[in-house]
Design a protein around this ligand. Sequence first.
Ligand code: C2E
Ligand code: MG
Ligand code: MG
Ligand code: MG
Length: 293
Amino acid sequence: RAKSEGKNRLAFYSENLTKAAKLRLALDRSIRRALENREFVLHYQPQMSLHDDRPTGVEALVRWKDPTRASLVYPDEFIGEAERTGLVVALGTQVLEMACQQGRAWLDEGLPLHMAVNVSARQLRSPNFIQVVADTLERTGFPAGLLEIEITESTLIGDTEKTLAVLMMLRDLGVSLAVDDFGTGYSSLSYLQRFPLTKLKIDRSFVNQLPDVGAGCAISEAVVKLSHSLGMTVQAEGVETVRQLEALRAMQCEFYQGYYASRPMPPDALRAWVLERGLSETIKAPEEEISPP
Ligand code: C2E
Ligand code: MG
Ligand code: MG
Ligand code: MG
């Protein structure tokens, strides 16, 4: 009896695996098609200065306009799989191109918004990543000084030498480097002094515990202090209430992002929103910030 049960279980597992594998294959095929047909689009979420509660820039967030589906597909459904297959490299190249093009278009309208772009570990370590970044900046005419690349802590862990070399080259191009979801990835802090990082983004899971006294508050405050003592700036993610905002202001956090200010928006809506709100006075004058390409 035990034997036949074991057999059944095995059959059950392999049937499930096959199903999962088939689903993955279908997803891979449609991601490939989506890249060819340019079905990926970007939404932009304002990044706000806590000094005047006005935008200094935006984060580009990818969405998929899959023609076979009724609504937009969010990154949680495809980034992981694209990362697994390596398609995230081609996807990331398209994202960077779209973001820099959009950033340049806004600049031409007199809106010098900083542009933050998420880059996955696999993309950062792909052989010609630096070339792609340099070419994209040149082709679009978007100033390197307005580009910020967001990486997660896990990116900083494997293959330290290679990662360090890539990050130094980005810095030399004039691109800023933010650590996304900070505090959730890895407990080793030694990499903070090794890598040329410019900003830490406090993960939403800590921010949403504000303003009550507790672990989330202690951690948020510690990250603010850590950033400043290492000469970095700091930004809170996932701010949803005015009380969270006030707690962050009291901690002297400089930037925030979150539904409290705005959800991510398509480019036209973002532009209208920024024009209505007005740019932060903490944005440096375009003359200082923007050198000709
Ligand atoms: P992330 O980079 O940490 O981006 C923040 C996510 O939190 C976004 O989800 C954003 O819509 C959401 N968010 C912003 N404010 C709030 C808030 O106040 N409350 C809550 N509950 N959520 C908020 P989204 O757009 O679904 O993106 C999820 C993740 O997918 C991103 O996390 C990033 O890791 C990844 N991703 C997005 N675009 C790209 C991309 O172009 N390339 C790569 N490699 N990854 C991307
Ligand atoms: Mg991000
Ligand atoms: Mg994040
Ligand atoms: Mg996140």
